[in-house]
Design a binder for this molecule. Structure first.
Ligand SMILES: Cc1cn([C@H]2C[C@H](O)[C@@H](COP(=O)(O)OP(=O)(O)O[C@H]3O[C@H](C)C(=O)[C@H](O)[C@H]3O)O2)c(=O)[nH]c1=O
Length: 188
């Protein structure tokens, strides 16, 4: 029995994942991750750290990435709803600089499998959200980088009509542009 459905996206290596849900009179059960099943589908990242965060409506976290220690991620929402976004920062990718966004919520129970070298961010659409995500490398605060959420060149179509205001951390208000990131990268 295939308990996972791996759904291709327009970006190579980036997958939406749906799980078989075993409903019964008590409620439901589902496997949310299974290394063997994922590896069989060619998704062989090994995860070393799990994160969980809670945010209220309108919070936008991102666009974050680690440069020297890139983190692949497996993102899911256990309460509420987000518009989840990733940006392809793989230098050799033909979708470099492209973004992909999707709705993850506790109804569709979908997950987003994000390869390493992507920026990640999300906008909270429900009154509050709790999300969990697995990471393929450890947190390195000294290596944390970001791109400003409303960068005009990436041009993410955030569903801003769904929120009254966008709430950002101080840090997330001051990331540089994608152009500045590329200029810096040219010298590396
Ligand atoms: C990410 C992280 C943070 N922290 C500590 C550091 C701060 O004192 C506190 C909040 O961190 P921060 O404001 O960076 O949390 P987010 O804004 O949710 O950052 C995350 O948001 C986007 C959407 C991501 O995908 C990344 O995992 C991550 O960058 O947690 C840790 O101790 N370990 C960690 O792995």
């Amino acid at each position: 029995m295939n308990k996972f459905q791996f759904i291709h996206t327009p970006i190579a290596g980036l997958y939406l994942i749906e799980q078989k849900i075993f409903n019964d009179k008590r409620g439901y059960f589902m496997e949310t991750y299974n290394y063997k099943a994922f590896k069989k589908a060619g998704l062989d990242m090994v995860f070393v750290q799990d994160n969980q965060s809670k945010s209220k409506k309108g919070v936008l976290r991102g666009l974050h990435f680690q440069k020297k220690h890139p983190q692949g991620k497996l993102v899911r929402v256990i309460k509420g709803e987000i518009f989840d976004v990733v940006v392809d920062l793989r230098k050799d990718s033909n979708t470099y600089g492209n973004w992909y966004g999707c709705i993850l919520n506790d109804e569709n129970k979908r997950q987003l499998y994000v390869p390493e070298s992507f920026a990640h961010g999300f906008l909270v659409l429900s009154s509050e959200v709790e999300l969990i995500y697995k990471c393929s490398s450890f947190y390195h605060p000294e290596d944390e980088c970001g791109i400003i959420w409303n960068d005009p060149d990436i041009n993410i179509a955030w569903p801003l009509d769904a929120v009254d205001t966008v709430i950002l951390s101080d840090k997330d208000q001051h990331w540089s542009s994608f152009k500045a990131y590329n200029r810096r990268n040219d010298y590396l």
